[in-house]
Structures are given as C-alpha cells and as structure tokens.
Design a protein around this ligand. Structure first.
Ligand code: PHE
Length: 456
C-alpha cells in the first residue's frame, strides 16, 4: 500500500534530502562567507567541519527521526519519555520557524528576479544611470526588493507554491517535486560552471578559491565555517529528524548522509567556481559580497558583461529559485509534521496553520515600508540578526545538545541499531561515528566558541 508518510524510493529520498540541503546557503551564503573569511582558507575549514561535525550530526538526526518515527519533538519524547531532551527538538522547531520568516521572503525576491530576467527588464538601462555602471543593478535591487507590493506579492507566490507541494504530502508532494527539480538544478549548475571556465581570468579566480593562506584561519573563521556547514547541511533544526522519520527501515543511513553531504559540498564548490572567475574576470574583486549584493548585484553584473545576459541570468535564477523552494519546503515541513503528529491534524489545516502567519508577517513587513526590515539589533538588521543568531548560535547549540544526548543519554544501542539497521548490515564506521558524537563534536564546539569569545 502506498504510504504517503514515507519516501518511496532511494533516489526520491536522496533528491528530497539534497533538495533541503542545497539552498540559498550554497548559492548565496557560501560565496559571501568565503569572501568575508579569507577565500580558500575558509573553504578548507568548511570542508573539515562538514566531514568532522556535519556527517556525524546528520547521522544522529536521521537516527533519532527513524527510531522515534515522529516529528522533531515527539521523536525525543518517544525515545526518552519523561526526560527533557525534547527541548532540543523544540529549539529546532523554533529556529526553523525563525529562518522560514526570512527564507520565504528571499525566495520571493529570487522568483521576482527570475521573472525580470526572463522578461529582459533586469537588463534594460535605467534612465539617468550611466550604462554599465554598478549602480544599474544596485538601483534595480532597490526597486525590486525595497518596494512595497512586488516583494510582498512574490513572497505570497512562494508561500503558495510551497503550500501546494506541502499539502500533497511527503511522497506525492515533496518527493515527486524534488525528483524533477534536483536533476534540473545540477544540469544548470554544470552549464554555468563550464561557461565560467571560459572567462578570461578564470584561473585567477580558481587560485583565489583553491589556494589557502593558512594565516587567515582564526577562531572566528572556524565559527563561521561551522555555522556555514550546519546551515548548508540543514542541521540543528529538526529538518533531518523529520525527514529521517520518512526513511524506510532498510535505508542505509551512513551512505545517505555521505551522499547528501558530498553533493551539498559539491554544489557550494561549483558555485564558487562560477562566481570567483566571474569576479576576477570583470574586475569586481574589490566589491563586498555581503548581504543581498552578491546574488542581486554581483551576479547580474557578471552576466551583463557576457554575451546574452538574459540567458545566463535566467538560468541562474531558475537555479536559485529551485534551490530556495525545495529548502523552504523542508523548513516548513518541520512545523507541519509537528502539528499534524502532535495535534493529530490533517496535512492541509496543519500546512495552513504554519504558512498563514507568514503571509501576514510579510504583509506587515512590507506595509511598514521597510521600517521592520531596517530595525537593527546589536548592529545587525533583523535579517542579519536572524541569520547570524540561528546559524552561528542556535544550530550549533542544538547540535551540541543532540550530540551529548546521543553520546551519553540515548537508549543503549539505539544509535548502533540505526547505523546497522538492526544488525542486518555491516557498518565499519559505526564506532567512529559514536566516538565523534560522544567526544569530538561537543568538545570542539565548546573550544571553538570559547576561543572566539576569549579573542573578542
Ligand atoms: N540548507 C539550506 C540552505 O543551504 C537551508 C536550510 C537550513 C534548510 C535548515 C533546512 C533546514 O539554504
């Protein structure tokens, strides 16, 4: 019998999980963080963080989800009844909802840019602005992103698309859409990467990206790389606990975690291989990529200097929209799974309950005419604060609690059972994973945080 709360095939399961992992974090956040944190040195620390922390924590989340067969909170409750570990799941859901509030908005901007690229409007000269100058795209961004109605309507369109997929359920919605969109994403990525290699200063860009200067590795760079690894792999937010609960009994968790992490890193690296050659070739290296400038100003700048800007820009924004939509879906699924499990709600009302407040919030934010989004907390805008707080603090904290739980307090043998499918498959890495979760992950998270606080 078809079971709409399980992924039906291996490919579908990988596509959906990669769909969650590959998002704005890979295409937008990764190059900006790389530039802000010393280029190749950041890439190196990031890869180490993925291998040393990311994969074990991902396995931990899969295991909790599949063993508990429930949402991020109730899985902990089922595994350790009466104990407070479910708080880690609660933090995850909270964090995922915070992220969703800005993730959906940015996904809306992406769709708007896709529309403007397809229609060619993005590249039409703005009266009064000198053609070919930077201001062209900075002004466009002001017009599209800082306006009142368009960003709000595009956010609503995003919410509606995600809502429609989510209402259809795990197998018929999430899995089916991922099966179509993920191959498309990889295809576009490869086309853009091959094209970037033909740019005049491609090799300089690659050297910046791949030759590390070890003196640039500081505790802050390590925290940012750790935050990036967590964000990019969708960890610490209950997403992969939720997806893990949709895995079948015979899914090989270790193979899945390696496949997903490597594909996710590959996407980030391919994006680096597009942006850095572009930046070097067109003399944009002095510009800051921070904030929204990277995808909405720097990328269009690069495309504008290539032949047929509209084509490259459209391909890029299809890529970005696909990445953003499949990740948004997975972030919303965390809360939807919780409501439908815990309160025994049907999928459609649970989906509405999660998404309608976002519709209202986006209206409030747009109609406040930027007041809300311009607010600053500790020198960060609301977006910046949400991003830094969730990726650099809440997500590693959630992972810390989860590693301590799995290493020391979870039911005996649960993790091993999950890693070996109840002893039916051999898993040479099971001991190493347990050792990493018990000792290395919690200790290194504390050391990295301690060092960064002491250096301030
Ligand atoms: N991994 C996604 C990205 O890189 C973001 C995400 C975080 C999705 C947490 C789900 C959960 O954009």
């Amino acid at each position: 019998m078809a079971n709409n709360s399980e992924f039906s095939s291996k490919i579908g399961l990988i596509a959906a999980t990669v769909g969650s992992a590959v998002g704005l974090g890979n295409v937008w956040r990764f190059p900006a963080e790389t530039q802000a944190n010393g280029g190749a040195a950041f890439l190196l620390v990031y890869v180490i963080c993925v291998l040393l922390f990311g994969i074990p924590v991902m396995l931990g989340e899969f295991a909790i989800g599949r063993a508990g067969k429930s949402d991020a909170i109730d899985s902990y409750r089922k595994l350790s009844p009466g104990k407070p570990w479910w708080i880690s799941g609660f933090l995850g859901i909270l964090c995922s909802y915070l992220i969703l509030t800005f993730y959906m908005v940015v996904s809306g901007w992406t769709l708007e840019y896709l529309y403007q690229s397809l229609s060619g409007e993005l590249f039409t000269p703005i009266p009064g602005v000198e053609e070919g100058s930077n201001l062209q795209f900075a002004d466009r961004m002001q017009e599209y992103v800082a306006g009142i109605w368009p960003p709000m309507v595009w956010t609503w369109i995003t919410i509606t698309i995600c809502g429609a997929v989510l209402c259809m359920g795990v197998q018929k919605g999430i899995e089916r859409v991922s099966n179509i969109l993920m191959p498309l994403l990889f295809l576009i990525l490869i086309i853009l990467c091959v094209t970037a290699m033909t740019l005049p200063k491609a090799s300089e860009g690659l050297a910046y990206f791949f030759h590390p200067d070890f003196s640039k590795i500081t505790p802050d760079v390590c925290i940012s790389a750790l935050g990036q690894a967590f964000f990019s792999l969708s960890l610490g937010m209950g997403t992969l606990i939720t997806y893990g609960s949709y895995f079948k009994k015979d899914t090989n968790l270790t193979k899945t975690a390696f496949t997903v992490s490597i594909l996710d890193m590959l996407v980030a690296i391919l994006v680096g291989m597009i942006i850095f050659p572009g930046v070097m070739s067109f003399g944009l290296e002095g510009e800051s990529f921070g904030g929204s400038a990277l995808v909405f100003v720097t990328f269009p700048e690069i495309f504008n200097r290539m032949w047929c800007p509209q084509l490259w820009s459209s391909l890029f924004f299809i890529l970005l929209s696909v990445a953003a939509l499949t990740s948004s879906i997975s972030i919303a699924e965390v809360s939807i799974a919780y409501f439908s499990n815990h309160f025994k709600m049907k999928r459609i009302p649970a989906t509405c309950m999660v998404l309608i407040p976002l519709v209202l919030l986006s209206a409030l934010s747009s109609l406040s005419n930027g007041v809300l989004s311009d607010w600053t907390i500790f020198g960060y805008t609301i977006f910046g604060a949400c991003d830094a707080f969730t990726a650099n603090i809440l997500m590693p904290l959630g992972a810390f609690i989860m590693a301590v739980y799995l290493g020391w307090f979870a039911p005996k043998g649960m993790m091993k059972d999950q890693l070996t499918n109840g002893g039916t498959i051999r898993n040479r890495l099971a001991g190493t994973v347990m050792f990493l979760l018990k000792w290395i992950t919690p200790i290194l998270i504390v050391i990295i945080f301690g060092a960064s606080v002491l250096m301030k």
